[in-house]
Write a protein that binds this ligand. Structure first.
Ligand SMILES: *Cc1c(COP(=O)(O)O)cnc(C)c1O
Length: 466
């Protein structure tokens, strides 16, 4: 088992180890970490995956990115623990809809959205790497959330030794379910901050804290700029193909997309050898990525509020990884243009990759509701608005009829009961773990949209860890 090296998408940072990549967040030159080479699995090895339970399959795929940083036997144990708390024995069940359409249910984890898949592994691997250090310094994680990232990160980090987490959310701008999923977790190493401002303010504060540092604290990131968040989402693409017996014939995925993390994980699965015919990038009315795929111009706009809020995003951070994979030399200049002018054009190699492998479709609010009704009427399935944006794109696809399309179901419908009720005329049934949060006490502090206010909470939590 060899050491895997990582490079920055901006091209001027030193190569880094898996450990540094997981524990740091962004690269020192401001770029995102990528494996120097995406490892390829031999065909026979991919075919064998069909026999494996999900945690074993996940460990096998992840070991290609972890390398010798963690022994394989230990990685298998970590994956068993990470998925033991999922409430379906298959972890990621594949459900038939109608015709060639399938649903991959990614909402059986502790916070009922797909982000649990990666974060349950991220929390454990961070703890493992820190435990292995001699006299290591505790890690203080800081993140901003507009909804699902916060709860999934908190569920993954609560009560882990030597790691603290400060999570920022915009006061009054996350749903009650989302807020309670974060604030009712009673763990001494978790701090929730309601910031008097917008999600963009929260993100800006986090960026400023990373840029300036906070005293001599060791800061880490839990959002999908962390490479392990992407790697942790690759295995379910393989699992879906294995279940469809499609490890050697092409299939397509429709991926509800915001920050492009999940869709990029699908691209990595294909680069590793999975025969993916097409990745259908599904957005809501915030259609920056489908537009880019159609026109070759990436241009930031104003984010609109929709019924699928986890996709209300105008800058898809992880798209930088795809740009780099297709044309590494062009990426740093494009990112410079984006920050100065809010737009840039794709190069010919980047357009070729997008044209050959991706499609895009956006769903306005009416189309999201229509897709929810289609799933209920045609297949007896209640789906959430994010999944519905994905299904809308799948149904609109012009792929040949013998190509199965798997729509990724990214959240449980009970997380977005109002949008579901509006489309279907009835509220979705809530699983027990969601009902439980309504009886519990909430804990959070309210702060001004000021990095100094947040920094003092980081210092406080660091003292409790020391
Ligand atoms: C985060 C999230 C998305 C968007 O995923 P990205 O990886 O950011 O593209 C879609 N649906 C749900 C329910 C989410 O929580």
């Amino acid at each position: 088992m060899s050491a895997i090296r990582y490079v920055s998408t901006r091209g001027s940072a030193e190569r880094a180890s898996f450990r540094d990549v997981v524990l740091s967040g962004t690269a020192p030159d401001g770029g995102l970490w990528m494996p120097a080479d995406i490892p390829r699995l031999p065909k026979a090895r991919i075919a064998d995956l069909a026999e494996l339970p999900y945690p074993d399959l996940a460990a096998l795929i992840l070991s290609a990115f972890v390398g010798d940083a963690i022994p394989d036997e230990r990685l298998f144990e970590i994956c068993q623990e990470a998925y033991a708390g999922f409430d379906d024995p298959e972890v990621a069940p594949l459900v038939p809809l109608a015709g060639r359409h399938w649903l991959l249910e990614l909402f059986h984890g502790p916070t009922l959205a797909f982000k649990d898949f990666a974060l349950q592994v991220v929390g454990r691997i961070m703890a493992e790497l820190i435990d292995a250090e001699e006299g290591g310094q505790p890690l203080v994680l800081v993140g901003a959330t507009s909804g699902d990232t916060g709860s999934a990160a908190i569920a993954a980090i609560a009560d882990r030794a030597n790691i603290g987490l400060v999570m920022l959310h915009p006061e009054g701008r996350v749903s009650e379910v989302q807020r309670r999923q974060m604030t009712t977790v009673d763990a001494p190493n978790i701090v929730n901050l309601a910031v008097k401002g917008s999600f963009d303010d929260c993100q800006r504060i986090v960026k400023q804290l990373f840029a300036s540092g906070v005293g001599d604290l060791r800061l880490g990131a839990v959002n999908s700029i962390n490479w392990l968040r992407i790697a942790g989402q690759v295995p379910y693409y393989f699992a879906a193909a294995a279940k469809l017996n499609a490890v050697d014939r092409p299939l397509a995925f429709a991926v509800p997309t915001g920050n492009f993390g999940n869709a990029f994980a699908g691209h990595v699965a294909r680069a590793m050898g999975l025969p993916v015919e097409r990745l259908i990038v599904a957005s809501n009315a915030n259609a920056i990525l489908p537009r880019t795929i159609a026109t070759g111009l990436y241009e930031r706009g104003e984010a609109l509020a929709t019924s699928a809020p986890a996709m209300d995003i105008q800058v898809a951070s992880n798209f930088e990884r795809l740009l780099f994979d297709a044309d590494p030399a062009a990426t740093p200049g494009q990112m410079e243009l984006l920050s100065q002018e809010g737009r840039f054009h794709l190069t010919a190699p980047q357009r070729r990759v997008l044209d050959a492998m991706f499609a895009g479709a956006s769903a306005h609010e009416g189309a999201i509701a229509d897709a929810m009704r289609w799933a209920r009427d045609r297949a007896g399935q209640v789906i959430d608005p994010h999944t519905a944006a994905g299904l809308h794109a799948a149904l609109a696809s012009d792929l040949p009829h013998d190509v199965p399309i798997v729509t990724l179901a990214t959240a449980h419908p009970a997380k977005f009961p109002d949008a579901v009720a509006e489309a279907l005329g009835e509220r979705p049934a809530a699983p027990e773990r969601l009902r439980a949060i309504f009886g519990r006490e909430e804990r959070y502090a309210t702060v001004e949209a000021d990095p100094k206010a947040v920094a003092s909470h980081l210092e406080d939590i660091a003292r409790t860890l020391a």
